[in-house]
Design a protein around this ligand. Structure first.
Ligand code: GAP
Length: 508
């Protein structure tokens, strides 16, 4: 068999379509028209997501001696969010269009003055994309033609709306209407979802859905120290839902309003070499992403510039992923000093100290925080695994196959079991017996309908690494099966013991 493999130009469209068709991701409340920024995970999606979570939990918590896990409540005391700074400062800059009622994140709305021979003839605006600069240029050319102005257009300097001078705001056109005059100056919009706890609906009952899981680890720090027999350095990890009322949720599940985070707070001695600990965790996170199959070529690091860091932050590095819509943050690794514990100690009046036996010192530990979104990993995995191939069989007949090259560690189904023919009871009985045995330990699938080639294709499309076929040789000769590998499409004969050994080695 020969193959040519490629990713389609409209990769996101292909992924969204496959995810819906095969039950990975659905729009939330679809029958009511959907709800922007919310998604559901279907039968295969939920398995893939669970596998991502389980791999992280096993590697981050169970297989380490220095990290413990917790699960804290989604709604916490409102004072938590005052102390953490979220009530005052968890905001994105928002711009309204008073005519269309559209809302934009100011740092995603770009504008430029259109200058011809030293005269500003107007302004153009576009929403941030992979082509922001080109689109601004095109819009400027169009404005110049529309106004029939002769002369040389000055180079276009794109800025985002947070950089607009007050006198420029009224001159910048709204992307919705194309006309100036309707955009408001940027204002801080708090992204926390508010709710009320208890029967009263007044200010005293206001609470928040957590916008990050991290505060749970800080608030429970003392409980873990008092009960967990931990010694520095040690980490507290948590997986759970977080909620942010994003102004512009976009790029499918990349930026949504309800998402899942996997965060770990790694507490270190106040005198420890924080840079070494930070670097160590950046590399750990990178290696972990490679271990679940993300290609190294798609990963890069971005160090936040010093002047953009919060005052308490010693440094933040993001692991970036090359998504089809651009290189974007996947995993943030922040060195946060002892800011969070100090804030909670001050606000609650309960000291958040650690007595370090070896140094006989009592102090507030510093923290390194790797924080990642499950949904973003899920999307990165789909984006890098998806391929469309033209395959030719031995007779030279060509056909298209869609394949998800998922790592066996996270593939929703690990193996599919087929009897060669469904009308041969002895084949079916043997296949069913094997299926039941495999199913006790692994997520496997049984399929007896259609030609074998078709059954392979159905599994390729959902990323099942192996298919095993029970044929006449199984029954009449040595009991061996045909094992077919997804990526190479190679087949070989194996025993039942070989199958279990393969799964045991590859799925961990
Ligand atoms: N405790 C630190 C913290 O929450 P963050 O950079 O705001 O830091 C951490 O979020 C990670 O959570 C991000 O790197 C991203 O993977 C994920 N994330 C954040 N906002 C998200 C959203 N609206 N939708 C999906 N994932 C999101």
């Amino acid at each position: 068999m020969s193959t040519t493999s490629a990713q389609p130009e409209n990769l996101m469209e292909a992924i969204v379509s496959l995810a819906k068709r095969r039950g990975f991701v659905f729009q939330s409340s679809e029958i009511y028209g959907g709800l922007n920024g919310f998604f559901d995970y279907g039968p295969l999606g939920v398995e893939l997501k669970k596998n991502i979570r389980d791999c992280w939990w096993n590697d981050m918590v169970r297989r380490r001696d220095d990290v413990v896990g917790i699960e804290t409540s989604i709604i916490m005391h409102p004072k938590v969010w005052q102390a953490s700074g979220h009530v005052a400062g968890f905001t994105d800059p928002l711009v309204d269009c008073k005519v269309s009622k559209q809302r934009y994140r100011a740092d995603q709305l770009y504008f430029a003055a259109v200058v011809v021979e030293g005269n500003t003839i107007g302004y153009v605006s576009v929403l941030e994309s992979e082509r922001t600069q080109e689109e601004l240029q095109e819009a400027a050319d169009k404005l110049k033609r529309k106004k029939a102005v002769q002369g040389q257009l000055a180079p276009i300097v794109g800025k985002d709306m947070t950089e607009a001078k007050p006198e420029e705001i009224a001159l910048i056109p709204s992307p919705a209407t194309g006309e100036p005059g309707s955009l408001t100056p940027p204002r801080a919009f708090n992204m926390m979802f508010e709710t009320y706890v208890g029967a009263l609906r007044d200010e005293s009952a206001v609470s928040y859905l957590r916008p990050e899981t991290a505060q749970g680890m800080f608030v429970d720090f003392k409980n873990v120290v008092d009960t967990g027999r931990v010694k520095l350095p040690f980490g507290i990890a948590q997986i759970g839902k977080s909620f942010r009322n994003e102004i512009t949720p976009r790029n499918y599940i990349f930026r949504s309003r309800e998402f899942e985070q996997m965060e770990m707070e790694y507490f270190i001695h106040e005198d420890a070499d924080w840079k070494a600990a930070h670097d160590g965790w950046i590399e750990w996170c990178r290696q972990w992403l490679l271990s679940i199959g993300l290609p190294e070529s798609h990963l890069s690091l971005y160090a936040h510039p010093k002047e953009k860091l919060a005052f308490y932050s010693k440094g933040t590095v993001d692991i970036m992923f090359k998504y089809p819509f651009g290189v974007q943050e996947l995993w943030g690794i922040a060195a946060r000093g002892n800011y969070d514990l100090t804030q909670h100690a001050t606000a609650s009046g309960v000291p958040q100290m650690f007595f370090d036996e070896p140094t006989k010192k009592k102090f507030t530990p510093h923290v390194i925080e790797p924080a990642v979104g499950v949904d973003r990993i899920f999307l990165a995995v789909l984006c890098s695994a998806y391929a469309e191939e033209e395959v030719a069989d031995e007779k030279g007949n060509k056909e298209k196959r869609t394949v998800l090259r998922l790592s066996p560690r996270i593939a929703p189904l690990k193996m599919a079991v087929f009897p060669l023919l469904k009308n041969k009871p002895e084949l079916v009985a043997r296949a069913e017996a094997l299926y039941k045995k495999l199913k006790r330990k692994y997520a496997v699938f049984y399929d007896e309908t259609g030609a074998i080639g078709k059954r392979y294709r159905r599994q390729d499309e959902i990323g099942t690494p192996w298919c095993v076929t029970i044929d006449f040789e199984t029954i009449e000769k040595d009991g061996s099966f045909t094992l077919r590998e997804r990526d190479s499409m190679q087949q070989k004969r194996v025993t039942e013991a070989d199958l279990f050994a393969l799964l045991d080695e590859q799925i961990y």
